[in-house]
Design a protein around this ligand. Structure first.
Ligand code: SF4
Length: 378
């Protein structure tokens, strides 16, 4: 963002605070088609659009209920793709939108559009859900209540199983045509005790054989810690195992199926994975705003940092069509009270987003955390 002159009523916010506000409130778009397509449904956070603000590309909610009432409005872009962002009518500065990637225009030899196999996240991340179904998604009593993994499949925007050959073909094109810098491979949890690690290993190996692209794989902790070595050998550079919520009561309420895997099992798995992938190359996604207190989140982050695990704390975004679609987003003040001390902790311990080789920690677009880190370093 290029800040404009301060107004009488609204002094410009530092970039990290503005990103925090935008991710909590969402924005209204005067031109919904600006930039690359927004994400709707799918695994993990969704209903966002990528925007670049002061050199940081972040995902901002645009299709959620809070976004429709947001005080922030992004105007129609000019001929150079730049838009003015306003709050309550007052101009705050400029944002721009990453363009639709060129690889979206291609189709595999077997007739599948590349965009159904992998999509662009943020500015330079290729993201795919290798298996777009989950043992936990079919049952109301087991499903993670924030998750929309089945929505994009039902809408025909993706295919259920992406083969290693398809992933390799799309990754190569995304690097060559669009300069993609790293790749995130997540998966719904299949039946079986490896929790998807075998699928991820064969997918990572195929991509690495086709193109030199750092890869983060994401899954639940597998039954056997030997999977970490197998994933690393297959070509995974980084690993995400996502707690989502950090206390057992919140985990059991929000994700009753996944909570069968205890927080302590996650910590055992983190301790086993860090020596394989390295400090700062294992991360976890924590959704703030689901009921965990600031103190609980920061205490868990301290424990994670002590192990060398990067805690990627993001504001919860309610996705339309999920059981939590009416759940409120965390306030900017709540996020600020977490991200401020957390960024200090990360900088002091040398676990920074910019040092991650691949994945959500490196991308950082779903949270203002890396912008807070940048501020803590300056
Ligand atoms: S932080 Fe992760 S989920 Fe969010 S846009 Fe980046 S790669 Fe995608």
């Amino acid at each position: 963002m290029k800040p404009m002159a301060p107004t009488a009523d609204l002094a410009p916010l530092p970039t990290e605070r503005l990103i925090n506000e935008l991710q909590s409130y969402g924005v209204r778009l005067a031109e919904p088609k600006a930039g690359a397509d927004s994400r709707r449904g799918g695994a993990g956070p969704s209903d966002h659009k990528a925007m670049t603000i002061d050199g940081m590309t972040v995902m901002v909610p645009v299709h959620t209920a809070p976004a429709f009432d947001s005080p922030y409005l992004v105007e129609k872009p000019d001929a150079f793709g730049r838009s003015v962002i306003r709050r309550d009518g007052l101009a705050l500065g400029e944002v721009s939108f990453p363009l639709q990637p060129k690889f979206y225009g291609l189709t595999t030899a077997d007739g599948i559009p590349y965009s159904k196999i992998a999509v662009l996240h943020g500015r330079d991340v290729l993201a795919t859900t290798v298996l777009q179904s989950c043992i936990r998604y079919q049952s109301r009593t087991k499903t993670c209540q924030f998750c929309a993994i089945g929505q994009s499949l039902a809408a025909g925007r993706t295919i259920e199983r992406k083969t290693p050959a398809q992933l390799a073909e799309v990754a190569k094109a995304a690097v060559e045509l669009d300069g993609v810098k790293h790749m995130v491979m997540t998966t719904g949890t299949p039946p079986g005790r490896d929790r998807g690690a075998a699928l991820l290993a064969e997918s990572a190996a195929a991509v690495k054989a086709a193109v030199d692209l750092p890869i983060q794989v994401q899954c639940e902790p597998p039954d056997d810690d030997a999977w970490f070595g197998r994933l690393r050998t297959a070509g995974a550079d980084a690993l995400g195992m996502h707690l989502e919520a950090v206390t057992e009561p919140v985990r059991h309420r929000i994700m009753p199926g996944k909570a069968q895997v205890s927080v302590e099992r996650y910590f055992e798995a983190f301790a086993a994975a860090v020596p394989v992938f390295g400090r700062g190359q294992v991360s976890t996604y924590i959704l703030a705003g689901l009921g965990d207190s600031r103190e609980d989140i920061l205490a868990t982050c301290e424990r994670l940092v002590g192990l060398g695990v990067y805690p990627f704390v993001v504001p919860f975004v309610p996705i339309s069509g999920t059981p939590l679609e009416s759940h409120p987003t965390p306030t900017p003040a709540f996020m600020h009270a977490i991200l401020g001390p957390l960024s200090g902790m990360l900088v002091a311990s040398g676990l920074k987003a910019i040092d991650a080789k691949a994945g959500c920690a490196k991308c950082g677009a779903c949270s203002a955390l890396s912008t807070y880190e940048r501020r803590a370093c300056s």
